[in-house]
Design a protein around this ligand. Structure first.
Ligand code: MLT
Length: 273
């Protein structure tokens, strides 16, 4: 589809729910939701977004002046690309409409999908994400991370980010979750992750989109999320008319993996409406 092969997992039958993962993760972060949604009578579909998991980012860009050949050869995976890939996947599955659920980077893709294909969205879930674009300092931080991963691989990224991604309690009491998150990061392809990281730096400001969102929307945030804190969730909640805000305790950024039961219940209550 659209010049690349999109890897995806699906389970269940019923109203389709598309689960869009964060960065630098992959569709395996949704395993508890795939199972719970199928058991609750929904069809859950989780793609690997361009550059991550098993989906490669084929578009080469060469406009990073002054960079070494390896940095120049990194493709760019934009949020627009990822949203269009998601629509192509729905076409492939012959599905007209779906609930779109995105976490963090997946939330940016959900915003873009909502903007491009509003008639295809019957409900929206925005978890651990935010509407505004990056400022210059944040963009520079992303570029610094790109250079680290291209030179030294993903291990330094996992060491630096794990303590921020997970709540204190998860780190202390849920070694399996810690292991899964670490494994997702370290097995990511550095070039693909770099493509997505640069895609996030280039993303639009979604603030103007908030007032146009007219489907039932659930906003989820972890109480301990320092990457996309509660204030970001409140900002989206104020801007989106038909939205509900839920805060998950004992969770940071990876709410769906840290507290799957709470996350799944919220998701099911939006879809069951
Ligand atoms: C994510 O989890 O997808 C990222 O933290 C999002 C971001 O860097 O903006």
């Amino acid at each position: 589809m659209r010049g690349t092969e999109i890897a995806f997992t699906e389970s269940g039958k019923g109203v389709p729910v598309v689960l869009l993962h964060g960065y630098p993760f992959d569709k395996s972060m949704w395993s508890e939701q795939l199972e719970a949604l199928a058991a609750a009578g929904f069809r859950a579909i989780a793609p690997d977004l361009r550059g991550l998991g098993e989906t490669v980012a084929p578009t080469l860009v060469g406009d990073f002046a002054g960079e070494s050949p390896i940095l120049k050869s990194v493709p760019l995976a934009t949020m627009d690309d990822m949203a269009r890939d998601t629509a192509a996947l729905l076409d492939h599955l012959r599905l007209e409409q779906a609930v779109i659920c995105g976490l963090s980077m997946g939330g940016y893709v959900a915003f873009e999908f909502m903007h491009l294909f509003p008639e295809r969205v019957v409900g929206l879930v925005l978890a651990g994400t935010r509407a505004p674009a990056d400022n210059e300092q944040e963009k520079a931080g992303r570029e610094q991370q790109v250079q680290t991963m291209l030179r030294a691989g993903m291990v330094p990224i996992s060491i630096a980010t794990l303590p921020k991604l997970l709540a204190k309690r998860t780190l202390a009491e849920k070694p399996d979750v810690v292991k899964r998150v670490r494994a997702m990061i370290t097995r990511s392809d550095p070039k693909g992750a770099a493509a997505a990281q640069r895609g996030m730096a280039a993303r639009r400001d979604y603030t103007q989109d908030l007032a146009n969102i007219n489907v039932p929307t659930l906003i989820i945030v972890g109480r301990e999320d320092s990457i996309r804190p509660i204030a970001d969730a409140e900002f989206m909640h104020q801007g989106i008319r038909n939205s509900r805000l839920e805060i998950i305790e004992d969770a940071a950024h990876m709410t769906n993996m840290e507290q799957p039961d709470a996350f799944n219940q919220m998701l099911a209550s939006l879809i069951n409406k």
